[in-house]
Design a protein around this ligand. Structure first.
Ligand code: GBH
Length: 449
């Protein structure tokens, strides 16, 4: 009995700003992460790190693709730097930027690796931020135009898109608490506006991609949020976990799946939105709901979750609870129940678009990078994921985060998420033990787990 569907898409993921480098190469415009990192006076980023060079995948992508092929990778989820393609966000197209992505896509296809394209993974062109960024409704049209231009160029080559990656982080971290670019701290009511514009932009891009690349192209989205799992595997406890996952308490509504997905899939807000969101909701033109497009699939980024008991209350973690290098708890059970909850609420096919752990990896005396912690983490999460498949989840693929060590946003290069080690002094890539382990998982379609 196979634990995963027959044509299951095993892949890896990364994002433009985190791995490309080439921050001002060949006509690329500045984006908000360039500016946020260069604003060293405010120390937004650990150790003053920037993505100026990162993994230099802008220049080394052929080497990266060859390494993927050598490890049986079937899909590469990468994101597009909007400012590389349209330097000021809504003006002239930069041919060199489009050409870079076309070359990458061609290289992937030539090696039998399917490209999965994320159109927005947080690196907004600065010129659009100067006009209010996601607070300005003009962004909806600009994003739709950009999506159409990109998809038109990749017509016949790219069959799967995600419009936005984790709108929750972009909204809550970028505009709510200001620890991510652009580093703004606006009212909760305005954060709700950011979400609304993101939902409309997703929808505009959905239509533009289909119009330019064809109706058969799949357009999804990759949100994140709080996921909870039951302490006991009883129907009542499962129901309590489902409710806790989609609850919207006033002090914890921003990192919910439903603040985004209810709008685009169900075309309404949840009943229990907090007062701040309710105030914004009252200003929404009812016609906006007709503009919302449900994604063809939902990409779920899964890192950890919270355990709840039968009453729906959080169960405290014990002292010494397993954790990763960045101190995120290791909670594999979330991979069983979380995707099922998403599938149940929205009735769409699911991809796991990110999952992985950071370690303090280093080169050992034997010249290799041994990462048993990461292997154990991925092993446990994949075993739990196979339970969801066994229970009927329409699961299409799994993207490990991340192929290469890369720039981890405000935490800089401190944490390593890759299954391939990057020596940032030289750019040298060294596949870790986990890369060889994952190659085996793919080769056996998960049977070896
Ligand atoms: C992802 O962010 C990013 O997409 C990726 O770029 C990044 O490198 C990677 O993960 C590793 O950090 O805490 O219960 O409220 C994930 C970060 C995960 C942080 C979800 C907020 C919200 C759920 N986010 N989390 S909860």
């Amino acid at each position: 009995m196979s634990r995963f569907p027959k044509d299951f898409l095993w892949g890896v993921a990364c994002a433009s700003y985190q791995c490309e480098g080439g921050w001002d190469a060949d006509g690329k415009g500045p984006n908000i992460w360039d500016e946020f990192c260069h604003d060293t006076a405010h120390q937004h980023i650990k150790n003053g790190a920037t993505g100026d060079v990162a993994c230099d995948s802008y220049h080394r992508f052929r080497e990266d693709v060859a390494l993927m092929k050598a490890h049986n990778i079937r899909a590469y989820r990468f994101s597009v730097s909007w400012a590389r393609v349209i330097p000021d966000g809504d003006g002239a197209v930069n041919e060199a930027g489009l050409k870079y992505y076309e070359d990458l896509v061609d290289e992937l296809l030539a090696n039998g690796i399917e490209p999965l394209v994320t159109l927005y993974h947080w690196d907004l062109p600065s010129a659009l931020q100067d006009r209010g960024g996601w607070l300005n409704r003009d962004i909806v049209e600009a994003f739709g135009r950009y999506a159409g231009i990109f998809a038109g160029r990749m017509k016949g080559k790219v069959k799967k898109y995600m419009t936005l990656n984790e709108p929750q982080c972009a909204a809550a971290f970028g505009y709510g608490v200001g620890i991510h670019a652009p580093g703004w701290t606006v009212s909760e009511e305005k954060v709700a506006r950011v979400y609304h514009h993101m939902c409309l932009a997703h929808s505009a891009a959905y239509r533009a991609v289909k119009a330019e690349a064809g109706e058969d192209v799949q357009v999804g989205v990759a949100p994140c949020g709080r996921l909870t799992y039951p302490e006991k595997d009883t129907p009542a406890n499962r129901e309590a976990a489902y409710k806790a996952t989609f609850a919207m308490p006033a002090d914890d509504w921003m990192f919910t799946f439903n603040i985004f997905l209810d709008s685009v899939c169900l075309k309404r807000y949840a009943d229990d939105i907090p007062e701040s969101v309710r105030r914004f909701a009252a200003t929404v033109d009812p016609k906006d709901w007709d503009l919302m497009e449900a994604p063809d699939f939902i990409g779920v980024n899964v890192y950890n979750g919270k355990m709840v008991d039968e009453t729906g209350a959080y169960v405290a973690r014990y002292e010494g609870f397993p954790q990763t290098a960045c101190r995120w708890p290791v909670t594999p059970e979330v991979m069983h129940y979380g995707p099922l909850q998403i599938g149940q609420r929205y009735g769409k096919p699911v991809y796991i678009t990110e999952n992985g752990q950071s370690c303090n990896d280093r080169i050992f005396l034997d010249g290799q990078v041994h990462d048993p912690d990461r292997i154990d983490f991925l092993h446990r999460y994949l075993l739990e994921l196979s339970k969801a498949v066994g229970e009927g989840l329409d699961l299409r693929g799994y993207m490990q985060w991340s192929f290469l060590d890369n720039f981890e946003w405000n935490r800089g290069y401190d944490e390593r998420f890759g299954i391939v080690y990057v020596d940032y002094r030289t750019g040298e890539r060294i596949p870790k033990d986990s890369a060889r382990w994952y190659a085996k998982v793919i080769e056996t379609n998960g049977e070896c787990l």
